[in-house]
Design a protein around this ligand. Structure first.
Ligand SMILES: Cc1cc2nc3c(=O)[nH]c(=O)nc-3n(C[C@H](O)[C@H](O)[C@H](O)COP(=O)(O)OP(=O)(O)OC[C@H]3O[C@@H](n4cnc5c(N)ncnc54)[C@H](O)[C@@H]3O)c2cc1C
Length: 479
């Protein structure tokens, strides 16, 4: 395994969490291979330099039939593939491995997800995702050639495993909703729990809400997946949605295995497929869809107009004029200092835990900032960053506008989430936690939160005035 630029990213303290998970995943893979009588060679550097070098060393003692690689589809990776092809002394064999279906299972990839999903439903009757390979129990021992096996032979000048071990000691934030270790072992454990272990999904203890959020009637303990449809948008709990995304991102879990486990779960239940299982399968298929779309439209994925740019729509030309790259605004957003608690809480959670619930719609729809600025930040910080899901989902102006206060009220009705991540608001009355600017000056003093001093004024004046009236109405109606 060759890690490109891995050590450079670690210089940023915020990226520690992301790299710790990646290091855990690599060490877990190594352990699995050691258990099967083999080993994993880990090196830091550029794959296009190191892989041909290592292959040449191996060729001195062994017959090497070929190099097996996953086929990548984005520009930078394709460039590396080309260099590898030109430099490798043995043939390269590519395969597609990170999706449930294969692009050639479809005659063409439709531009609308609904149509794609219909095609998948038809396919399902004829062909299930490619069967899983039976994992070998034992592999031949790893070739011990001193010239390639010297662990300190890398740019860091420390043993690779020593370096990775140090990295994995980075503790998760106590409030993270992804507290799992990286690696296949942990991924399999997670999927088992999500599909089989009955839990009542209480909010994480560390949140200490001032009132009980426990349901009034005792709830039947069900496996989390059984309640996916109802709970997937809940905040602050580990069992509301599957939390499989970091495992899928790092390649610790095959999406095909995850999909198959859900199908197996359905087959054991009297009712078979439920709304929840249909929905979670659908979410996994979104992942496939965005990857196939990226393959279809190539570099348009990174274009300011996204895939829509490839369709050369007239209305897009006009919209482009509205994008801006105001760095001051961007910094306020990135640092969770917009003065809008729902956005600030999400962005602060991202910085501390590598996980975010929502926030990009505000960046592009309200601030009209170039979406690529946000995409870059997400790429650096998200523990589950996936270029296809991330950029594919990014609103870029094409999707619905989300009213952030309405959204906040829906997802965090008691204001617990925002008060936890924005401690300045911890004494603000719950009903005003999402709109602290409507407090009278007396209230602001009482709650130790003077707007403009202890907590920023909201960035969007015009909008907040409109929302103020709407929100007052909602409060009056007890909404
Ligand atoms: C603006 C935006 C950016 C996003 N960026 C990323 C990203 O960088 N990496 C990432 O993995 N997901 C991304 N998603 C998709 C989704 O939000 C996350 O996959 C999901 O929150 C992960 O939590 P989970 O594993 O508990 O998901 P679940 O709800 O349990 O879903 C199961 C799996 O389905 C897939 N999935 C779910 N929703 C989507 C979706 N909308 N698009 C594509 N795949 C989906 C994921 O692999 C996920 O792990 C983004 C969504 C939006 C709206």
């Amino acid at each position: 395994m060759v890690l490109n630029d891995f050590n450079k990213g670690i210089n940023s303290p915020l990226m520690h969490i992301k790299y710790a998970k990646q290091a855990e995943s690599i060490l877990d893979l190594r352990q699995s291979l050691i258990k099967r009588g083999c080993d994993l060679l880990i090196r830091f550097g550029k794959p296009e330099d190191l892989v041909p070098q290592i292959t040449k060393e191996l060729l001195k003692k062994y017959k090497v039939l070929g190099l097996y690689l996953q086929k990548e589809i984005t520009r930078d990776e394709i460039y590396v593939e080309k260099l590898l092809i030109s430099r490798s002394p043995v043939p390269l064999k590519f395969f597609h491995g990170s999706t449930i279906f294969q692009q050639n299972d479809f005659t063409s990839i439709p531009d609308i997800y609904k149509t794609f999903r219909e095609q998948v439903d038809k396919l399902n009757h004829q062909l299930l995702p490619i069967p899983l390979l039976n994992m070998h129990r034992h592999f031949p021992p790893f070739p011990r050639i001193p010239s390639i096996y010297d662990e300190t032979n890398n740019s860091l000048n420390v043993s690779t495993s020593e370096f990775l071990e140090k990295l994995v000691s980075t503790p998760c934030h106590q409030r993270t909703c992804i507290p799992f270790k990286g690696g296949e072992t942990s991924a399999i454990e997670r999927i088992k729990t999500y599909l089989n272990s009955p839990v009542t999904s209480p909010p994480l203890k560390q949140y200490n809400p001032p009132f009980s959020l426990a349901p009034k009637k005792p709830q039947r303990a069900l496996a989390p997946i059984a309640k996916y449809k109802q709970t997937r948008n809940n905040l602050m709990g580990i069992n509301y949605s599957s939390k499989l995304s970091p495992f899928l991102t790092f390649g610790c879990l095959s999406p095909r295995l995850a999909y198959q486990k859900i199908v197996d779960y359905e087959s054991k239940k009297p009712g078979g497929e439920t709304e929840s299982t249909y929905l979670i399968k659908s979410q996994l298929l979104w992942r496939d869809y965005f990857k196939f779309m990226a393959e279809k439209y190539g570099n348009f994925l990174f274009h300011i107009d996204g895939f829509a740019g490839a369709l050369k729509l007239e209305r897009i030309k006009n919209r482009r004029k509205k994008w801006n790259q105001d760095f001051d605004k961007f910094q306020k957003w990135a640092n969770g200092m917009t003065g809008i608690p729902w956005i600030d809480a999400n962005m602060r959670q991202l910085k501390e835990t590598g996980h975010v619930f929502v926030s990009s719609s505000f960046l592009v729809k309200d601030l009209r900032l170039d979406w690529r600025m946000g995409a870059e930040l997400f790429e650096c910080l998200l523990v589950d960053h996936d270029v296809f899901a991330g950029i594919g989902n990014d609103p870029k102006g094409e999707l619905l506008y989300f009213n952030i206060i309405k959204q906040a009220k829906e997802f965090d009705p008691h204001g617990v989430f925002v008060r936890v991540w924005c401690p300045e608001l911890s004494k603000v009355p719950y009903e005003k936690a999402h709109i602290p600017w409507i407090m009278t000056f007396e209230e602001q003093k009482r709650s130790g939160c003077i707007i403009g001093e202890n907590y920023p004024k909201p960035m969007i004046e015009r909008q907040y005035k409109i929302l103020k009236t709407r929100f007052f109405e909602a409060i009056k109606k007890g909404g």
